[in-house]
Design a protein around this ligand. Sequence first.
Ligand code: ADP
Length: 163
Amino acid sequence: MRTAICPGSFDPITLGHLNIIERAAQIFDRVVVCVAANTAKTAPMFTVEEKVEMVRRVIAPYPNVTVEVNSGLLAEFARRYEGSVLIKGLRAASDFDYEFQMDLINKRINPELETMFLTADQRYTFLSSSIVREMAHYGGELSGLVPEEIVAFIEEKAKTRRG
Ligand code: ADP
C-alpha cells in the first residue's frame, strides 16, 4: 500500500491544501495529513486540536484520507508508513527553494524518504494560511479561500481573538 504524507502547519487548512490532498488521494492508496505540532512559526492562530478538528471536517468525504499530529521530525514520522512519500505543493519559485532544502535535510535523517511535488492549482497560487489569517482578522470574506465547512469556525475564532 502506497502512502502519501501531506505535511504542514495547516493554520488553518485552505482550499490550496485541500486541492493537493485531493489530488494525492487519487494517485496514492492512502493519504495521511500530518499536522505539525511544534513548528518554528511563532504565534499560531489555532491550537493543534483546532487545526486537527478543521482538517477532520474537511477530509470527511475522502475514505482514504486520515489526519495525524506529529510533534517530532517529519523524516522520523514517515518511517511509520513503509514506502511512504512526502507530497508538497509548489506555488512559486520561493516554495521550491525552501522545499529543496527541506528535502536535503530529510534525506540526511531518512535517506529512503522521497518528496514529490504537485504544482499548485492556478486558482490557489496566491493562497496561504497567513492570507487566510489576515483576512479573518479584518473580518474579510473567507469563502473561496477555505472549505465552506470551516468558514464559521474560523470567523468565530477571529472574533474571540479580536475581543
Ligand atoms: P502555508 O505555506 O500556507 O503556511 P503549510 O506550512 O501548512 O502552509 O504548507 C503545507 C504544504 O502545503 C506546503 O507544501 C505548501 O507548499 C503547501 N501549500 C500551501 N498552500 C498551498 C496552495 N495554495 N496551493 C498548493 N500548495 C500549497
